[in-house]
Design a protein around this ligand. Structure first.
Ligand code: NAI
Ligand code: MG
Length: 499
């Protein structure tokens, strides 16, 4: 494993932004927390404090919900023309694109991810996502319904999709800007108003996005952004009696808490939770594609992807070759600070995440797993973990069952196609899966039997704003993206008129 060196410097605008004390966005104004408190956000490459951010709590959430409610009821957003809504969302996309480099740098500093990845993936995908939903603003349609019991011409019945109202959106730290876009795109297209709570580890790009939302000219209170901790600000948002819907991405554990909190006013809930996705390589696969593809499936974003291909099942005949190939790839990955142009794998997001991932490695070794490559922390400054391939696991080990959310894959041999389905499905999760084979029939047969919201065939981690994403089983409720997500943000009204 190589260690990268010679980091570049942040742009002046980024340095100024980071140095500033960050406020929260409520009703179109940047304000301090009601308590006056702030919390630090850290640079994961060094462990040093990057910025101080206003610490939202119950009172701030309440103020933000009131602003979102007033903006919703005024119709300033939900009752303007859909074209106008679409135009503003598109304008926001243009502004983000104009500031692409700045967003990429901020994201890399706050989250740790390689700058080149933020430039090539996080920010452009965010721009594309907003453009995709700008288009949807004018296409939210109902149906005309022929009544079944009545003669034609006696009733006129139709459905309308109306915005659900005030939505609370709680987002994670692994793709901070992109996850904000996933949540905001659909809410804005449908005419909802929003209180967004970024993750406490990575609030900066959401706050910069807030500045562009004001610059684009969204009416006050349509988007409110309240940074703060999960147990305080997040919990207050999930429980708020005047929030109509909460959308959450994060751990399955917290997903269940969100659900309980939502029970108070039976607000609608959508959840995008964890995963432990099987990535299956058959012996007839194109290994020249499957090996790098499966390495990227786990090591992309330091393994901090809910859909990471973390259980690599390989047919016995090619097991040694694949494991050797993935291990060689892992050994060559350049680990270093996100700002180093040579870096391919950055630090994990936080000290907590470093401890969690190292804890899983210890647990795996205690239960008898072996690391073919990696297996420990990298360096002693920052939150780096070496890309790791574990073998000699059993299907009931913690490292095979639980989401590690780090650059750690378990490689598991299997003998034949019949055996793989029950093993692939043997977790509480059902978010994604990968299948590598040249046999089209086998690929689609496996795809039909795996209980997961996304199946990638001869590819992995391919996302598109148009393609729904979400989980079976304990990986979540509902889907994000595509037209599917619009259901999460609309109520259906049936109107029936006697003629
Ligand atoms: P988390 O689920 O605690 O955090 C996600 C978001 O939820 C953050 O904005 C956080 O502030 C908020 N939150 C936390 N507790 C809350 C509560 N009681 N009420 C309302 N909001 C709350 O995730 P954490 O602790 O950062 O990471 C733990 C594990 O979760 C990771 O190791 C990983 O396995 C999983 N995870 C999955 C993600 C995904 O994309 N599905 C993203 C982040 C974490
Ligand atoms: Mg947590």
């Amino acid at each position: 494993m190589a260690t990268a060196t010679s980091a570049i410097q942040p742009e002046p605008s980024v340095a100024t932004f980071v140095a500033r004390k960050q406020k929260m966005l409520i009703n179109g104004k940047w304000v301090e927390a009601a308590s006056g408190k702030t919390f630090p956000t850290f640079n994961p490459a060094t462990g040093e404090i990057l910025s101080h951010v206003a610490e939202g709590d119950r009172e701030d959430i309440d103020r933000a919900v009131k602003a979102a409610r007033a903006a919703f009821e005024s119709g300033a957003w939900s009752r303007i023309s859909p074209s106008e809504r679409g135009r503003l969302i598109w304008k926001l996309a243009d502004l983000i694109e104009k500031h692409l480099e700045e967003f990429a740098q901020l994201e890399s500093l706050d989250n740790g991810k390689p700058l080149c990845i933020a430039r090539a993936a996080d920010v452009p995908l965010t721009v594309d996502h907003f453009r995709y939903y700008a288009g949807w603003a004018t296409k939210i349609e109902g149906n005309t319904i022929p009544m079944s019991f009545a003669r034609p011409g006696t009733y006129h019945a139709y459905t309308v999709r109306e915005p659900i109202g005030v939505v609370g959106q709680i987002i994670p730290w692994n793709f901070p800007l992109l996850m904000a876009a996933w949540k905001l795109g659909a809410a804005l297209a449908t005419g909802c108003t929003v209180v967004l709570k970024p993750a406490e580890q990575t609030p900066l790009t959401a706050l910069r996005l807030g500045e562009l939302i004001l610059e684009a000219g969204f009416p006050d209170g349509v988007v409110n952004i309240v940074p703060g901790y999960g147990e305080t600000a997040g919990a207050a948002l999930a429980a708020h009696m005047d929030v109509d819907k909460v959308a959450f991405t994060g751990s399955t554990e917290v997903g269940k808490l969100i659900l309980q909190a939502a029970a108070g006013n039976l607000k609608k809930v959508s959840l995008e939770l964890g995963g432990k996705s099987p990535n299956i390589i058959f012996d007839d696969a194109d290994l020249d594609a499957a090996i790098p593809g499966s390495s990227m499936a786990i090591f992309f974003n330091q393994g901090q992807c809910c859909c990471a291909g973390s259980r690599l099942f390989v047919e016995k005949k090619v097991f040694d070759r694949v494991v050797d190939g993935v291990a060689q790839t892992a050994a060559k990955i350049r680990v270093g600070p996100g700002f180093d142009p040579a870096t391919e794998l950055g630090p994990l997001v936080s000290e907590e995440q470093l401890r969690r991932v190292c804890g899983y490695l210890d647990s795996g070794f205690k239960e008898g797993a072996k690391a073919v490559v990696g297996g420990s922390r990298h360096g002693d400054k920052g939150y780096f973990v070496k890309p790791t391939v574990l073998v000699d696991t059993r299907d009931n080990m913690k490292v095979v069952q639980e989401e590690i959310f780090g650059p750690v894959v378990t490689a598991i041999p299997f003998s034949e196609a019949g055996e793989i389905i029950p093993r692939a499905n043997d977790t509480m999760y059902g978010l994604a899966a990968g299948v590598w084979t040249r046999d089209v029939k086998k690929a689609h047969s496996i795809a039909s039997k795996i209980k997961a919201g996304t199946i990638w065939i001869n590819c992995y981690n391919v996302f598109d704003a148009a393609l729904p994403f979400g989980g079976y089983k304990q990986s979540g409720w509902g889907r994000e993206m595509g037209h599917e997500v619009l259901k999460n943000y609309t109520e259906v009204k049936s109107v029936c008129s006697a003629l």
